[in-house]
Design a protein around this ligand. Structure first.
Ligand code: NDP
Length: 407
């Protein structure tokens, strides 16, 4: 496993709970001390899994190769940041390792999300006889598996797909992001995008919104956003006429976001500032910083939000289409309570809903169920065994047939 942040913490806990599948684990990240603290937390809860730790800069293919050649992992689970996807895939190819991640590649200097960079590795993984599984968190991840399950069991033609993601939790901080602040703010401040009748339609950031009613939560203002899984889902299900992604945001969060953008703190280009010298703090020099990275350093760490987080998340797929020539609707969703996630893993619900699917995807690979040379999105595999595991591993799902989908 590369990374030792919120999502990695949950995935490591869940692997430790499934030690008949995960017999050995190595956690490698920027800072070894962080990996060691995670191992201590897992062992303190009584789990016995043999876990090694290491320090690696995952931006550096050569460092990764040394690590992989030394440890010889069967599967590399990338839970670092989207910037590292390609270097880790390169190192996997060089060392004969299989690959899984939860977010598509994004260049550091451009907030741009698309699969083309990673799909370009398909032939190389095929030729090497290696499997790469892309986007195996909740969304992307379970959202694609829900869609594949609906297509397999309930529809001849999926025509309308709305992925609806609600976080109705409260962490009692004025402003915080639920996962890596840099990645989160880059995602939210970009233009919206949805698919309609064969075309991609762009909207201004967070310009389109409406109330959507979530189970056990009620109506919440939900914003249309670009989300990466739409790209693979419309390709894999060509009968789709319209595909959209919606996420809830509270007014306070949006006010802060507005200010952050308006004062330039969401910028991802370098700016020059005067800063004290490390060797002699009485002197200063001009240094370059990226405002958004500086902001990350002063915002609450998403990993520390769990303790006071109450409420729950609700993420699902609302689907309309045809079965036996008749129109039908289907809604499949999971609700996850932040406090239950915290009690089990020390992390809040957003890390939990991502880390659990990353573990299940890894389990599917290690059991040989999701093992196929090439580069794949989750909906390319059989959804049924994954759906069974969601129910067993802490993310039970529910179905509503032929209800009013509102959208
Ligand atoms: P965190 O920032 O909490 O964790 C990232 C981890 O990666 C940290 O341990 C960090 O180390 C490490 N890291 C960063 N850069 C490097 C590097 N160059 N080399 C080695 N290690 C590095 O993020 P999250 O846990 O919140 O998110 C992890 C991933 O999950 C992200 O890609 C995110 O986009 C994705 N995600 C996916 C979701 C989904 O539903 N599909 C939802 C939420 C997140 P250190 O802190 O020591 O610098």
């Amino acid at each position: 496993m590369i990374g030792a942040g919120g999502v990695a913490t949950v995935a490591a806990f869940k692997m430790a709970q499934n030690s008949e599948i995960f017999s050995e684990l190595m956690i490698a990240s920027h800072h070894k001390a962080k990996c060691d603290r995670l191992v201590q937390a897992i062992h303190a809860k009584g789990y016995k899994l043999d876990i090694k730790t290491a320090e690696v800069d995952a931006d550096d293919v050569e460092q990764l190769k040394v690590l992989f050649n030394d440890y010889k992992p069967e599967l590399v689970v990338n839970l670092a940041l989207p910037y590292q996807d390609l270097t880790i895939m390169e190192a996997c190819l060089a060392c004969g390792c299989n690959y899984l991640d939860t977010a598509n590649y994004e260049p550091k200097d451009e907030a741009h999300f698309e699969y083309s960079w990673q799909w370009a590795y398909k032939e190389k993984f095929e030729q090497a006889g290696l499997t790469a599984i892309l986007g195996c968190g909740f969304d992307p991840g379970v959202s694609g598996i829900f869609t594949a399950y609906a297509a397999k069991h309930y529809f001849d033609e999926i025509q309308y797909l709305d992925i609806v993601d609600c976080n109705a939790g409260n962490h009692h901080k004025a402003f915080a992001t639920n996962f890596n602040p840099e990645i989160n703010i880059r995602e939210i401040t970009q233009k919206g995008l949805y698919y309609k009748d064969g075309e991609w339609i762009e909207t201004e950031p967070l310009a389109v919104h409406q109330d959507i009613t979530y189970p056990n939560i009620g109506p919440r203002d939900s914003y249309l956003m670009h989300h990466e899984e739409l790209e693979s889902l419309v390709k894999n299900y060509p009968t789709i006429k319209q595909a959209r992604f919606w996420m809830t945001f509270g007014q306070q969060y949006l006010n802060y976001l507005d200010v952050i953008q308006n004062i330039g703190m969401a910028r991802i280009d370098e700016v020059e500032v005067e800063a004290p010298l490390v060797d002699d703090p009485t002197k200063t020099a001009k240094v370059k910083i990226v405002p958004l990275q500086f902001l990350k350093a002063v915002l609450p760490n998403p990993q520390d939000l769990g303790e006071n987080y109450d409420g729950e998340t609700s993420i699902g797929c609302r689907i309309r289409g045809l079965k036996d020539g008749k129109e039908r609707t289907y809604y499949v969703y999971n609700n996850c309570k932040h406090q239950e996630a915290y009690r089990e893993t020390g992390m809040q619900g957003v890390s939990y809903t991502t880390g659990v699917p990353a573990m299940i995807g890894s389990m599917m690979f290690l059991k040989g169920i999701w093992k196929r040379p090439g580069v794949w999105n989750v909906e390319d595999f059989n959804p049924d065994p994954f759906m069974d595991e969601l129910n067993k591993q802490g993310l039970p799902w529910h179905e509503v047939f032929d209800g009013d989908l509102e959208l």
